[in-house]
Design a protein around this ligand. Structure first.
Ligand code: SAH
Length: 212
């Protein structure tokens, strides 16, 4: 068996045992998780661990999220395929690729220039044409392209940044980890006036860095 088909096999097991078995059933999400070559998004010396049930370091003190959490958060947004999306915390670009497989257009913001550049290089090499990159403070969103049908945040603020709620369409959803020592995923649904919050599961993310 060559190396690529070994990774294909590991990826299929990841989807079956870590994701499907834990209850993620959205076909678009499962298809995307089966397709995106996660091993290319981790540092070269960690390729062998890429399909494990854990987050991994990606440099600059940051991490690529655990596969199950990526799938769970994506499913929570109930994407249909035509969405214009905002992602905060590009990181390795892995979650970005999953979103780009499903949504129409992805706008992704990353604070650390080196990570953004690396993710951009890889995602362009993999052929994605529906991703737009920006280096900057994601707490402020990306107002020029707002409003968005859906927003996914992969670093945890102490509370939901108001700018992100403002940039969500009425009826749109945002999934975001919130908290400091104790964090949970919050699903925000934007309403005609105001918004609704639903608390989902406990999680552990790197903090969303506050820039002044
Ligand atoms: N989804 C990424 C997870 C990266 S970890 C992946 O799968 O690889 C969270 C990312 O959020 C890090 O890359 C970190 O640099 C970034 N981040 C932290 N604070 C930020 C901020 N204020 N604005 C934008 N990105 C931020």
């Amino acid at each position: 068996m060559n190396q690529d088909s070994a990774y294909d096999r590991e990826r299929k097991d990841m989807v079956d045992f870590q994701i499907r078995r834990r209850g993620v059933s959205d076909r678009k999400v499962l298809k995307a998780m089966l397709k995106v070559p996660r091993h290319l998004f981790v540092p070269e010396q960690m390729r062998e661990l890429a399909y494990g049930d854990e987050p991994l370091p990606i440099g600059e003190g940051q991490t690529i999220s655990q596969p199950y959490i990526v799938a769970y958060m994506t499913e929570a947004l109930r994407l249909r395929g035509r969405e214009k999306m905002l992602e905060i915390g590009t990181g390795s670009g892995y979650q970005t690729a999953i979103l780009a497989e499903i949504a129409r257009e992805v706008y992704t913001v990353e604070l650390i220039p080196e990570l953004s550049a690396r993710a951009r290089g890889l995602l362009e090499k993999l052929g994605y044409r529906n991703i737009n990159f920006r280096v900057g403070d994601g707490t402020l969103g990306w107002p020029e392209h707002a409003p968005y049908d859906a927003i996914l945040v992969s670093a945890a603020p102490a509370s939901v940044p108001p700018a992100l709620i403002d940039q969500l369409k009425v009826g749109g959803k945002m999934i975001i980890p919130v908290g400091t020592d104790f964090q949970e995923l919050v699903l925000v649904t934007r309403k005609e006036s105001g918004w609704e919050e639903q608390r989902l599961i406990g999680v552990r993310f790197v903090p969303l860095i506050t820039v002044h």
